[in-house]
Design a protein. Structure first.
Length: 398
């Protein structure tokens, strides 16, 4: 999901927590096809309530049932949507296993599953049903069967019913999910990069390719340079945009912006609109991408866009953060304001394409990965995310 890192939504300063459970691989049954095993115990990052300390705990997950698979997680990104679950921006149920952006290997299959044990996969937090009105129209990202923010499944080690972020709970040693919630990828991809294909990369690249349809020679501004914003920059460069302006409140994002493909970096301040127009022959950009999810930055993106241009809102914000635009301004500017949900993409078709590009070296995701950390240090990554540090922190579990 999207990354409102431009203006942190949660206070920094949680201490570097000691894990609540000892290190080690999950207590899992051997990798087998066909199911029939007992529930599994894994270590996972758990939030016990809104604003509560994040702790690594042992949790119990059911064995794969019909049409389900158990996936051993190799790497999982720390996304701002996970932070939004614990800081109150999104409605969540607790206790909650965090994480939804991950890659791993199929370790066990339930009855009726076609995938084989050992298949490398990326998790899909919004698997399409392919039967509803939206899916039949080819708008799988709007599927009526979209997963709720939190889904009940499993239990904590002390017997409390557990919930999973977006039906996955991927910041864990393993997950048990429907087969349609995993997408096979080529073997040998760097796990810290492959993990990002299922959220940050698909969201950012899809916003450029599918929603805005940026064409060669156009100008682009990207507001908010978290993992998704940097993916948008990279996709705009590959689409042939000639003026690519990166905007953030943090000067520390400058080098990341240029590495991702920006032609210029601008601080978000009172002079921003003038600076953008000075670089676009006084018009404004053809496309502005808002990757924060706040009313203030949506309005800022609107002001950066030329008459007849388009504003694409990629960031997911709070339901009570209202955007106000003048009726005359809307009419006179002739701008288009739209959102890009999951990159307006069909993950089952587009993740394999991105994975192939990554395997071939055509897609470089190294700039998106600020660092890798073990599961025990995942709470620290959330603190860094809240402070707007870096792009994407990735938890590795090998």
């Amino acid at each position: 999901m999207t990354d409102p890192e431009l203006s942190p939504a949660a206070p920094a300063g949680r201490p570097e927590l000691s894990p609540a459970a000892p290190a080690g691989r999950p207590e899992l049954s051997p990798a087998v096809p066909g199911g029939g095993t007992a529930p599994v115990t894994v270590r996972a990052l758990v939030a016990r309530g809104s604003g509560a300390e994040l702790r690594v705990e042992r949790v119990r997950l059911p064995a794969p049932g019909p049409g389900e698979v158990r996936v051993t997680i190799r790497a999982a990104g720390v996304c701002h949507s996970d932070l939004s679950m614990v800081n109150g921006t999104l409605a969540a149920r607790f206790p909650l296993v965090l994480g939804h952006e991950a890659t791993g290997v199929v370790a066990e299959t339930g009855p009726g599953v076609e995938l084989s044990v050992g298949t490398p996969v990326v998790l899909n937090w919004a698997p399409a049903c392919r039967a509803c009105w939206w899916c039949r129209r080819g708008e799988q990202w709007l599927c009526a069967d979209t997963t709720a923010p939190t889904v009940p499944r499993g239990e904590t080690d002390d017997g409390v019913p557990l919930h999973l972020t977006l039906g996955l709970g991927a910041l864990a040693e393993a997950v048990v999910v429907p087969e349609r919630a995993v997408i096979p990828i080529p073997a040998g991809l760097p796990p810290e990069q492959a993990a990002l294909l299922g959220c940050a990369v698909l969201t950012g690249v899809g916003a450029v390719r599918n929603t805005a349809r940026v064409t060669p020679g156009e100008s682009v501004a990207v507001v908010g340079l978290g993992g998704v914003g940097l993916a948008v920059l990279s996709a705009a460069r590959r689409a042939g945009a000639t003026t690519i302006l990166a905007v953030d409140v943090a000067e520390a994002k400058r080098d990341l912006a240029f590495a991702a493909g920006a032609t210029d970096f601008l601080l978000s301040d009172d002079r921003l609109s003038k600076e953008v127009r000075a670089r676009t022959e006084s018009r404004g950009v053809d496309h502005a991408f808002e990757c924060v999810g706040r009313a203030a930055t949506i309005r800022a993106a609107w002001r950066l866009t030329r008459r007849g241009g388009a504003v694409t809102v990629v960031g997911m914000g709070a339901k009570d953060d209202m955007v106000s635009l003048g009726a005359l301004d809307i009419f006179h500017s002739a701008r288009t304001l739209r959102s890009s949900v999951y990159g307006s993409s069909d993950p089952d078709r587009e993740v394999p394409v991105l994975a192939a590009e990554l395997a071939e070296g055509a897609l470089d995701l190294g700039v998106l990965v600020s660092g890798t950390i073990p599961l025990d240090e995942a709470p620290v990554a959330f603190d860094r995310l809240a402070r707007g540090e870096g792009a994407r922190w990735v938890v590795t579990l090998d």
